[in-house]
Design a protein around this ligand. Structure first.
Ligand SMILES: [Zn+2]
Length: 314
């Protein structure tokens, strides 16, 4: 059985082949954003062919928002196109069943089938990356929502009066504070009230906080820079509120965390969440840990989807 898993990201597309037990061979390429809405499905098809397998089924986890009924990526700030069809072109190319799912929803299914969530009926996955999102298994079932976009936790409002605008156009969303893309702006606001001249963080930014990156903030914090430690603590407090909202809404037994920001800075990120979450909780605190599947968690979700599709046809 050859199961193909696809992870469509804004930056990279990853494709893998595996069997029901694990991923075997993986490929990664920079996402084609230049060749129209057909560019992405064409790139995926070419990457699958490069694996020299005859797929039996294809499972796709993708950046959203999705139009699951159309099997397409909807309008997203990441692409200049209104809609990117994924399922139909792949079905046409390979004549096998194809399913697409929001990347975080795929990730939580990957966690449930292959990771730390095996045997756990109430499970939540959070990605802290360029963006911020989540996926849920509720009472043993994946939560999808009417359009396949539940639960968009990055767009929970933490402060409607915030001066931080989210990429979605709303004010004070969780993602506006804590995603890799938005964190530098939050840091600049926090640092206004501090004397940062001559500090390590200011030096790393070349004297201009407009050039701040999440890597600089975490690296300087690891080296004990006071400004960076302050910023990381404030980001951690907002993450703690966000995680408490998840626990209060979903009552999960386990929350796993993935995404590059979390995976590259696990101690700083996890510590702050565990420290700050208690004062915002009404439900019993779940176990909170990094995903053992690392950067492959969405691919494992695609593998689980493909496995289920292949059973449906055989
Ligand atoms: Zn938002």
């Amino acid at each position: 059985l050859s199961l193909v898993a696809v992870d469509i990201g804004a930056t990279n597309i990853r494709v893998a082949v595996g069997d029901v037990n694990s991923l075997k061979v993986k490929r990664s390429e920079v996402t084609d954003r230049l060749n129209g809405p057909e560019g992405v499905p064409r790139q995926i098809a070419r990457m699958i062919r490069s694996l020299s397998v005859e797929p039996d089924a294809i499972g796709v986890g993708s950046i959203g928002p999705l139009d699951v009924r159309k099997g397409a990526i909807g309008a997203t700030p990441n692409f200049a196109f209104k809609q990117i069809p994924i399922v139909a072109p792949l079905v046409e190319d390979f004549s096998v069943p194809v399913q697409i799912m929001n990347d975080c929803n795929a990730a939580v299914i990957g966690e449930h089938n292959y990771g730390a969530g095996r045997g756990i009926d109430n499970l939540f996955y959070v990605t802290l990356s360029t963006g911020l999102g989540g996926g849920a298994i509720v009472d043993g079932n994946p939560l999808n929502g009417k359009d396949g976009n539940a639960p968009e936790i990055g767009h929970l409002t933490l402060d409607p009066d915030s001066e931080l605008m989210c990429g979605c156009g709303c004010r004070g969303h969780w993602e506006a504070y804590c995603s890799g893309a938005n964190m530098p702006k939050f840091a600049r606001i926090l640092l206004r009230s501090r004397d940062t001249e001559g500090g390590l963080l200011m030096k790393m930014a070349g004297g201009d906080f407009e050039k701040l990156t999440p890597e600089m903030i975490f690296d300087a914090a690891k080296r004990g820079d006071g400004d960076a430690v302050f910023v990381v603590e404030e980001i951690g407090e907002m993450n703690a509120i966000g995680f408490a909202n998840i626990v209060n809404a979903f009552d999960p037994e386990l929350i796993t965390i993935g995404g590059s920001v979390a995976l590259n800075n696990s101690d700083l990120v996890l510590e702050a969440i565990k420290k700050g979450i208690d004062e915002h909780l009404i439900n019993r605190k779940p176990q909170i840990m990094l995903t053992p599947l690392g950067m492959d968690v969405v691919l494992y979700g695609g593998l689980a989807l493909a496995g289920k599709l292949s059973k449906g046809t055989s």
